[in-house]
Write a protein that binds this ligand. Sequence first.
Ligand SMILES: C[C@](O)(C(=O)O)[C@H](CC(=O)O)C(=O)O
Length: 340
Amino acid sequence: MFIPQDSTNAMAITITFGANGRYYVDKEYGREQGASNIPFMPIPGSTKLSRMLTETNELIVCPGVYDGLSARIAMQLDFRALYMTGAGTTASRLGMADLGLAQLHDMKTNAEMIANLDPNGPPLIADMDTGYGGPLMVAKSVQQYIQAGVAGFHIEDQVLSKRCGHLAGKKVVSKEEYLMRLRAAKYTIDRLQSDIVLIARTDALQQHGYEECIDRLKAARDLGADVGLLEGFTSKEQARQAVKDLAPWPLLLNMVENGATPIITTKEAEEMGFRIMIFSFASLAPAYMGIKSALERLKTEGVVGTPEGLSPRKLFEVCGLSDSMKIDADAGGLAFSNGV
Ligand SMILES: C[C@](O)(C(=O)O)[C@H](CC(=O)O)C(=O)O
């Protein structure tokens, strides 16, 4: 319940948290009724994500998105949280493979755009790879993610010239160096009094085996990481075991279909006790398939073959066309008074 302090006609309003991670001000006086004079401060994504983790036991399902359109589509479908994939960011912004080529600027600008599409939208977890350097770089990266409005991020123990967690030949830094990265991240979060969710990821499974991963994650947990991520489980039993070995610490599962891990559904992950599940390729793989087949058709038939009804307007609608028109009209603009 929120009572406006400065109003002579004080009235109570109710703020309700929806299952989709959004919140609504009391319908009668809320924004939806156009009462724009009610103090209304969007809750930061980091706070929303922290609350989902600490105040519920649900599995937070995050589709991987890599640009504005994929993020908008996930938001249109009311996903409660999103994941910005580094592999997708590297592919879409640089046209390159996930081999440690994307740097802080590429990642932060993409994350910032996605995280701010809708201030009342779902929180964004973003990939931070290795943190992009030594402790100073990690501190800078974390500060920039916080300022960008990112809700949570994962930082890993691969060497700087890293590669996708589902490729062979990965190498990790020593446990000491990994903990130094995490410490730099944690100190920055504390210094800035942020509640951004720190997710410690280890890629040590290939090189050092399961026990080393658990050892590294326990150390990460002990120095204050909020969530753990063991990358590239090779079996469902191993995934289940990790949840048990680290309980009650929350774990994130990265589900990359056709990667190192057998397919685990959201239902199975929930039963195993995972708290967050990301689907890194959820947008990238369908985009590849859809674009390729349309361009093949263009090549062979001379038309793209866009389904009837999928007009430019419909696509722009996904990207906030109506909201933009309303902003203009509310301000007295006439740009769209005759429609679009
Ligand atoms: C999670 C990940 O870091 C990502 O960029 O989405 C990648 C996904 C991938 O390339 O398969 C990873 O697992 O390393």
